[in-house]
Design a protein around this ligand. Structure first.
Ligand code: 0PR
Length: 387
């Protein structure tokens, strides 16, 4: 730290020069990430109200009201206008809150949670903090959780089951209605991680696609994660946790008696938390509406199919499975995908590397010309590695 501070101009200049060479979304080079450029309106709304703190909601009752309205809008998208919850820091916090609620509701001692092998690592993190045992269940040939295996793993220590609507690796949607039956038969908590799929599936359904039940329409679903900072176009941080009802949300509510605003409840892991995030999400839902999100989702899906079709044509490469959402898994029989990822990085493409595939996420910042450039590099590399 400086003794005498630097002039603002100098600090800004240094920031500009030091940060200039990082990846940017606009360049299209970030082609394997679930985040994107925030919408201009969300940036504006966020910046205008950056000081609002929902950790002390009594000081900002109007923001707290916007959060309730936001949750109602998201709940309605997920077939449950009565849902109760919060805009949190992301999917990790949302999933942690869900497991926390499940553990508190059960009176069991050695709690176990059954998750698909495809679950995001946030469940492992949450289990570590909460002292839960994670039981991982394998997948079927379509990369969905093996429902019969879930049924078999339920025992007297099980407190919760997790299903995923849009897996991290491939964007697969688990059979939530079947998991719901297992949960109901065994009086278990069912959480759905729709961190990624939550801002896609409802719009595909609206557009007349055959979308399997993935939300509160299945009666056993107790909570859903839905992240605005992924396909919702909101600035980071903005995750969403929705409980089926207010009573479930109250499970994780904490009494903080001394707050300046006079309200005493916090039901998130964070104490001080961004009201600006809520304001940004509310603004986007109001401005884009269903039609706006439908157009964004439709465009991403069209580009995803183009990408998937053309990857299939490249000698030595194939897609892992037909895309369900805007995610394409690229695999190879002939060569190591780690090598492929390395070569792509040399050519300045930021892709995600999974054990046996490369993940491409066609987010809203990806344009047709980015996909074309990517395919051309991919072809070159496959030729080189194959030959
Ligand atoms: N649930 C699912 C299904 C996820 O895919 C993720 C993160 C989470 C929960 C956790 O969300 P937070 O990261 O908001 O806590 N999935 C992203 C991914 O694996 C995280 C990410 C985003 C990683 C952008 C890299 C990146 O550039 O892609």
């Amino acid at each position: 730290m400086e003794n005498e501070g630097l002039p603002q101009k100098l600090v800004l200049e240094e920031l500009d020069s030091r940060l200039r060479n990082d990846f940017t979304y606009g360049s299209g080079r970030i082609i394997g990430s679930m985040c994107t450029c925030p919408h201009p309106l969300a940036r504006k709304a966020y910046a205008l109200f950056i000081d609002r703190n929902l950790g002390d909601s009594g000081l900002f009752p109007a923001v707290a009201k916007l959060e309730k309205e936001t949750v109602r809008m998201l709940g309605t998208l997920l077939s449950n206008p009565k849902a109760s919850g919060h805009i949190v820091t992301g999917g990790t916090e949302a999933n942690t809150l869900a497991l926390w609620a499940a553990r508190k509701l059960s009176k069991k001692k050695n709690c176990e949670v059954i998750v698909p092998a495809s679950a995001h690592c946030s469940f492992d993190k949450a289990a570590d903090q909460l002292g839960l045992k994670i039981v991982k269940v394998g997948l079927n040939t379509r990369f969905q959780v093996d429902v019969e295996a879930v049924r078999k793993r339920v025992n007297s220590n099980t407190v919760a089951i997790v299903g995923i609507a849009g897996t991290t690796g491939l964007g697969i949607v688990d059979q939530i209605s079947e998991l719901s039956e297992i949960a109901a038969e065994n009086s278990l908590y069912l959480h759905v991680d729709a961190a990624f799929g939550g801002f896609i599936l409802p719009f595909l359904r609206e557009m007349g696609w055959k979308v399997p039940d993935f939300d509160f329409s299945s009666p056993g679903v107790c909570s859903v994660t839905i992240d605005p900072h992924k396909m919702g176009l909101a600035p980071i941080p903005a995750g969403g946790i929705l409980f089926r009802n207010e009573k479930l949300r109250k499970t994780v509510a904490w009494n903080v008696s001394y707050l300046a605003g006079g309200e005493t409840e916090q039901a998130t892991l964070a104490g001080t938390r961004s009201g600006a995030s809520v304001i940004a999400v509310w603004s986007l839902l109001k401005h884009l509406g269903k039609e706006g999100y439908k157009r964004i989702v439709a465009r991403c899906m069209r580009l995803t199919w183009k990408l998937a079709e053309e990857v299939r044509e490249i000698k030595g490469l194939d897609i892992v499975t037909e895309p369900t959402l805007n995610i394409v898994g690229i695999k190879s029989e002939g060569f190591d995908v780690r090598q492929l990822a390395k070569e792509l990085r040399v050519r300045n493409w930021a892709v995600s590397l999974f054990p046996s595939h490369i993940r491409i996420v066609v987010m809203p910042h990806i344009q047709k010309q980015h996909v074309e450039r990517f395919l051309s590099d991919l072809k070159d590399i496959a030729n080189k590695l194959g030959g």
